[in-house]
Design a protein. Structure first.
Length: 94
């Protein structure tokens, strides 16, 4: 598996800035890796903008999905654009 680059809060000029965007997003789509150990959620924020977050789970951990730290809370105009951006960053998703 390729190493994934963790995006820092200021890595993208489309980064969320408003208080409304920092509210809890809605999961539009969740894509799980064939191994069942990773997934990516495509998110819609209250501002009707989109982003994504990657999660992992360990079979021995009963707590379920945990964020990998790879997230892009951005102001993309559609879920399709968020998925395209995720595919460009997350190796297993392409």
């Amino acid at each position: 598996m390729k190493c994934l680059k963790v995006m820092t809060p200021h890595a993208d000029p489309d980064r969320l800035n408003s208080a409304a965007d920092r509210q809890k997003p809605i999961v539009v789509t969740s894509i799980e890796h064939d191994s069942g150990l990773y997934c990516v959620d495509i998110l819609e924020f209250p501002s009707h903008r989109f982003g994504f977050r990657e999660f992992r789970r360990d079979p021995e951990d009963p707590h379920g999905w945990r964020p990998t730290g790879l997230a892009h809370d951005c102001t993309l105009k559609s879920a399709a654009l968020a998925l395209l951006k995720a595919k460009g960053v997350i190796g297993w998703l392409s």
